[in-house]
Design a protein around this ligand. Structure first.
Ligand code: NAD
Ligand code: 13P
Length: 399
């Protein structure tokens, strides 16, 4: 059967880490995948040994992304590519992994250049909002490119996974009808695939994929079947355990909205409060995530995902105790400057997704006229605007 060609769009801290792990797998599974993984790099100059170099050239010669994942050797089959169109050429599996604010610009440039039957996996944590309309990133990709796109999200700190420290993740993927001859997975079936590729029924099989507005071109039958087992083989590593589910909404919203809560936790801790205050914020934050998902994706969410999967409480806990949004919002309060200022001065080009996600979600809630039902989300927006004080958070919850 024809092998899948895999590419990664994005090469930040997580983009490069995911390129590394999938390239390890394409190297180990020549029966399923072509060996080389093209990785699109937003080209920039980096200074090395006193001289300026193109980042793509540095990655392809040193096999290290010195700017976004320094100190980690990449497999030689990760090929940095500055051209978006060339990166996706002939790729049947496209992994999207860049800060969500660049989604519309990147998708515009990809339109008309992806295979009509390509399939996507979005590792991006965020949402897209226009006025009173909200969309999951994977839905947006699917609609603008006319392909099906699933979502990967979990309690995943890139630097730890790049160092091959064990963790787990969740991939939501509904095999489109017609992609595999005897489809074992439908829009309502869930399987859990372990690292060794065995599948078993999973518990959260009630979620439905939002109806696609696009008519999908099936993956030709000449290819290796593109099902849960193949996708799991692409991402699972001995240090990266994958759980396959069907709840695209739960996986996507868990990853996007916890970044707002992580900012709140950083604010509270930076203010000198302790773990109990932070726990209250996490609990309230999760309730707002569940309420949000039920209100705006009522037929699609499976609440079990948020309780049971890495993409739910798992991601909430790690994000509020050790990830960037928490770390740098805490630093901002400690230094008495804005988080936006800290992002500019301390992150060396990396992005805090919580800032734009808070903005987008707050503007969406205002457009819907329901902001008072989400006091924590709105408080974070107010703190970013310096209109709300961190000390005022407890008052928001007084009855
Ligand atoms: P990052 O914050 O490390 O890097 C920023 C990236 O944006 C760089 O690759 C840079 O080249 C690129 N960029 C800058 N300007 C651009 C432009 N105008 N157009 C396109 N690209 C531009 O990125 P990351 O950590 O790889 O994050 C990607 C996604 O993965 C995010 O949604 C994030 O929430 C998610 N994520 C990150 C981690 C993590 O630990 N880093 C873990 C899980 C999920
Ligand atoms: P940060 O972007 O805040 O580092 O979060 C990474 C993450 O998503 C942890 O699961």
């Amino acid at each position: 059967a024809r092998k899948h060609k895999v590419c990664v769009i994005g090469s930040g801290n997580w983009g490069t880490t995911v390129a590394k792990l999938v390239a390890e797998n394409t190297g180990e599974h020549p029966e399923l995948f072509e060996r080389d993984v093209q990785m699109w790099v937003y080209e920039e100059q980096v200074e090395l040994d006193g001289q300026k170099h193109k980042l793509t050239e540095v990655i392809n010669t040193r096999h290290e992304n010195v700017k976004y994942l320094g100190g980690i050797t990449l497999p030689p089959n990760v090929i940095a590519n500055p051209s978006l169109q060339d990166t996706v050429k002939d790729a049947s599996i496209i992994i999207f992994n860049f800060p969500h604010e660049f989604i519309s610009n990147i998708c515009k440039q990809l339109q008309g250049h992806v295979l009509p039957y390509a399939r996507g996996i979005s590792c991006i944590k965020g949402v897209t909002v226009t006025d009173d309309k909200i969309e999951l990133i994977c839905e947006y990709i699917g609609e603008t490119l006319g392909i099906y796109c699933g979502a990967l999200s979990g309690a995943n700190i890139a630097s730890e996974i790049a160092n091959e420290e064990w963790c787990e993740t969740t991939i939501a993927y509904n095999v489109p009808e017609g992609d595999v001859q005897t489809a074992t997975t439908t829009t309502t079936t869930t399987t859990t695939t372990t690292t060794n590729g065995t599948s078993s029924p999973a518990t959260n099989g009630t979620a439905k994929t939002p109806p696609s507005k696009t008519t999908l071109v099936p993956v030709p039958q000449t290819y290796v079947p593109l099902d849960h087992t193949t996708i799991s083989s692409l991402f699972s590593r001995p240090y990266f355990t994958v759980s396959m589910v069907s709840d695209v909404v739960g996986v996507s919203l868990g990853g996007a909205l916890k970044n707002i809560v992580a900012l709140a936790c950083g604010f509270v801790e930076g203010n000198g409060w302790n773990q109990t205050a932070k726990t209250a914020v996490m609990r309230r934050g999760m309730l707002e995530i569940i309420a949000f998902a039920r209100a705006f994706f009522p037929d699609a969410i499976d609440p079990k995902t948020l309780w049971e999967e890495s993409a739910g409480w798992g991601d909430m806990i790690v994000s509020c105790t050790s990830a960037r949004n928490w770390r740098y919002s805490k630093m901002a309060v400690e230094r008495g400057v804005s988080v936006q200022e800290i992002e500019r001065t301390e992150l060396n080009g990396q992005k805090l997704q919580g800032i734009s996600t808070t903005r987008e979600v707050a503007s969406f809630l205002r457009a819907k006229g329901v902001e008072e039902q989400y006091p924590l989300f709105m408080a974070v927006d107010g703190i970013l605007d310096q209109k709300v004080k961190v000390e005022d958070i407890p008052k928001l919850f007084r009855k």
